[in-house]
Design a protein around this ligand. Structure first.
Ligand code: DX5
Ligand code: ZN
Length: 231
């Protein structure tokens, strides 16, 4: 019922394949893959070549978070590189409905990402083309930032919209959260309605490269917090 998606942004980029295998072995569900272009956001990261390079290291879904503008040109490249989920920021696309269609036509699940100040209304007329709604709980561009508390209210509002949609359509859209997720706040974030949790610095910051089981403890702790929510 809950998915944990470690963000590679905080991983060791010199050993990405091993990092991917190790977090999945430790119980992670998805690999979160942050794509930044130094244009839409003030940082520059990784692209389709790196996605393709990590693809053989896991069968877990690769969750590509596009922080790029424009969006459409790069979508097929990530689909070919093995992405399973592709999300983008609506402000970065001239034609949001078209971009969602492009992602789905390429065989991937599609999602919209909402910056802290971006209203949820962007989803209203494209619900049928959404598989994931991702709320940013920090301003995009960097790992290791502090969770913005107002996001809890926004999560509750998004949860209500997605539940209402599920009640009338029978289709469930995932609600993902990204930014500042730690063991000490993941439970309240889940209670506010998130079901999919990106965690970068919390997961990869907790590691000593020499320990082959270095991610078991942190993933176990995040899981234990989530298990307490369900109980
Ligand atoms: C920020 C990225 C996040 C980032 C999260 O723009 O979208 O995925 O890696 O990092 P933490 O968990 O450290 O806030
Ligand atoms: Zn992200």
């Amino acid at each position: 019922m809950y998915r944990i998606a470690p963000s590679l942004l905080s991983a060791d980029f010199a050993r990405l394949g091993e990092e991917v295998r190790d977090v999945i072995d430790a119980g992670a569900d998805w690999i979160h893959f942050d794509v930044m272009d130094n244009h839409y956001v003030p940082n520059l990261t990784i692209g389709p070549l790196v996605c393709e390079a990590i693809r053989p290291h896991t069968s877990a879904p690769i969750d590509v978070h596009l922080m790029v503008k424009p969006v459409d040109r790069i979508v097929p490249d990530f689909a070919t590189a093995g992405a399973n989920v592709i999300t983008f920021h609506p402000e970065a696309s001239e034609h949001v409905d078209r971009t969602l269609g492009l992602i789905r036509d390429a065989g991937c699940q599609a999602g919209l990402v909402f910056n802290p100040a971006t209203p949820l209304d962007w989803m209203d007329h494209v619900m049928d083309k959404l598989d994931v709604v991702l709320l940013m709980s920090v301003n995009p561009g960097f790992g290791g930032q502090k969770f913005i508390p107002e996001t809890l209210n926004k999560l509750r509002a998004a949860r209500a919209r997605l539940d209402a949609y599920e009640a009338r359509s029978g289709r469930r859209i995932l609600l993902e959260i990204d930014g500042g997720v730690k063991t000490d706040n993941i439970a309240e974030i889940a209670r506010a309605g998130a079901d999919t949790f990106v965690a970068g610095s919390a997961v990869f910051g907790a590691a000593k490269a020499s320990d082959p089981h270095r991610y078991d403890t942190i993933l176990g702790a995040l899981r234990a917090e989530l298990a307490a929510v369900k109980a």
